[in-house]
Design a protein around this ligand. Structure first.
Ligand SMILES: [Zn+2]
Length: 109
């Protein structure tokens, strides 16, 4: 096979600081985070429309990475990640597995 056009390389990185959140202390390291470092976290959230008697549930995604210096999990603002990268992240095997694992924990409740 002949490649007419080379695939678009993923060279996206973002600078993130290991910060304090969720009462956990960050170490303050400044890190260059690439797509391979980021994984998806899932959390069930709910909302209600006025007039509705029941809550609507949905699964919210957040993007996280682990600090290599202290091991703390840090979240990345969704809007800081380009849409194409978010789509790519969702299609990785580990993301799919995380989502199906998470759904399993939900159905046990
Ligand atoms: Zn850290």
């Amino acid at each position: 096979m002949k490649v007419i056009k080379e695939p678009i390389k993923i060279t996206w990185t973002i600078q993130q600081e290991c910060l304090d959140n969720y009462s956990e202390l960050g170490c303050g390291a400044i890190l260059e985070v690439s797509l391979e470092d980021i994984y998806l976290n899932f959390k069930q959230k709910s909302y209600s429309n006025s007039g509705d008697e029941y809550l609507h549930y949905y699964i919210d995604e957040s993007y996280a990475f682990k600090c290599p210096c202290c091991g703390k999990e840090n979240l990345i603002n969704k809007n800081d990640i380009p849409e194409r990268m978010r789509k790519l992240l969702k299609t990785t095997e580990s993301s799919k597995k995380r989502l199906s694992d998470y759904k399993k924990t939900l159905s046990k409740k």
